[in-house]
Ligand binder design. Structure first.
Ligand code: NAP
Ligand code: MG
Length: 407
């Protein structure tokens, strides 16, 4: 069998713990046998981030801006316990935070839907994608405790010395206060990424904030989305037969639960954090949620939404075989290969990405072969629970059979 050719390398970001094991199993069992895989490899494993003073993360993100498509393994965000466990020089920042700051993107999260797994919301027939704005608001706030009677004000000082101030509250007693911000530029990029993604995936776009209460802050989001829609996207949405609509966040929550799914739901930073966990668990499992960061100029970085599955890794280190679910990591690879194929005009690579996903889904749905986390959720009668390697080999057998039939 001739292996499928690539012309531009993917930026490959390796990671930590159990997902690092999955990473190399997926490569060896499902990719290298079929694709003449071309990547530029960056080791974002914690030990190597520490060795390079985290320069490797910055280099990988910058290279993504140049090459356009990256695939990333889950990585440890160090806390005090990890600093000790790995003997780190310092508590390095979240790699995803660093990458997002460089790519300035929006994160899109979509569950992988299995017909035999009924979502906890039974009306949901199609996946719901959450688009999360990844800048500002409460994640970059300033907070204070007020220790007694006080006037708290917001003060804006311009370079020419002029000022604008407004009272937040006249405190009679102790309390708390918070100041947060966002940037017109970042909101505009967020809007453009959402409109583009909706067009690319041909899904309606819903956007919601609380502009009836937050009449300046949230209203600015609403206005900028409206302006960009009107000036840059309205005609293309009409041609594609998809719709953009804005409503209040509480209204959208009520509508989502009664919907069939199949929409792109754009959320402010905090709403996206909360709602993506809600959507992932309501569809079945965090292990089945994919994630892609899309920059305003169209760079794509694919990953799984879950972490490094530490508990499984410790069992792996003791020599036990684990039944860790590789689906989200596998879909990160297939997503990146498909995007690379589309950009480079490589139809066989695009087809292979689809075949990989289809074979993985059929291994579960048609053969009843699955990992331990899916078995209790699946409504299939006959189920065979296998370890990760067994699952990947079953998928590989299906891929090989399909490719042989084609040739
Ligand atoms: P996690 O790795 O997502 O795992 C939490 C639990 O969810 C697991 O213990 C497991 O449950 C289940 N699970 C998640 N993915 C699974 C899979 N593929 N197959 C089967 N079960 C799966 O979250 P965490 O334990 O909170 O975080 C571990 C590390 O990941 C942390 O160091 C954190 O910094 C990092 N993290 C990285 C990213 C990223 O790089 N994008 C995101 C989140 C967290 P059972 O043990 O019950 O089987
Ligand atoms: Mg969260």
């Amino acid at each position: 069998m001739t292996r499928i050719r690539m012309t531009t390398p993917l930026v490959e970001m390796d990671g930590d713990e159990m997902t690092r094991i999955l990473w190399h199993q997926i490569r060896d069992i499902l990719l290298v046998p079929f694709v003449d895989l071309e990547t530029e490899y960056f080791d974002l494993g914690l030990a190597h981030r520490d060795e390079t003073d985290d320069q490797v993360t910055v280099d990988a993100a910058r290279r993504t801006l140049e090459l356009g498509v990256a695939v990333k393994c889950a990585t440890i965000t160090p806390n005090a316990q990890r600093v000790e466990e790995y003997g780190l020089k310092k508590m390095w920042k979240s790699p995803n935070g660093t990458i997002r700051a460089i790519l300035d993107g929006t994160v899109f999260r979509t569950p992988i839907v299995l017909p035999s797994v009924t979502p906890f919301v039974p009306t949901w027939k199609k996946p719901i994608t959450i688009a999360r704005h990844a800048y500002g608001d409460v994640y970059r706030d300033a907070e204070l405790r007020v220790d007694g009677p006080a006037r708290v004000e917001l003060l804006v000082t311009r370079p020419d010395g002029t000022e604008t101030r407004t009272t937040v509250h006249d405190f009679d007693d102790s309390g708390v206060v918070l100041g947060m911000h966002n940037l017109d530029g970042s909101i505009r990029s967020f809007a453009r990424s959402c409109f583009r993604y909706a067009l690319e995936t041909r899904q309606d776009l819903w956007f919601a904030t609380k502009d009836t209460i937050s009449k300046v802050y949230d209203h600015r989001f609403k206005d900028l989305f409206e302006e960009i829609y009107r000036d840059e996207f309205r005609d293309r949405f009409r041609e594609s037969g998809i719709e953009y609509f804005y409503t209040l966040i509480d209204d959208v929550v009520a509508r989502i639960v009664r919907s069939e799914g199949g929409v792109l739901w754009a959320c402010k930073n905090y709403d996206g954090d909360v709602m993506s966990d809600m959507v992932a668990s309501a569809f079945g499992s965090l292990a089945m949620m994919t994630s892609v960061l899309v920059s305003p100029d169209g760079c794509h970085e694919y990953e799984a939404a879950h972490g490094t599955v530490t508990r499984h890794y410790y069992r792996h280190l003791k020599g036990e075989k684990t039944s860790t679910n590789p689906m989200a990591t596998l879909f990160a690879w297939s997503g990146a290969l498909r995007k690379r194929g589309e950009l480079d005009g490589l139809a066989p690579l695009v087809r292979f990405a689809g075949l990989l996903e289809d074979s993985a889904l059929r291994t579960i749905e048609d053969d009843g072969v699955m990992t331990g986390d899916i078995a209790p959720l699946s409504g299939r009668e006959r189920k065979t629970v296998v370890d990760t390697e067994g699952f990947l080999r079953a998928i590989a057998a299906r891929v090989a059979a399909s490719l042989e039939k084609e040739s």
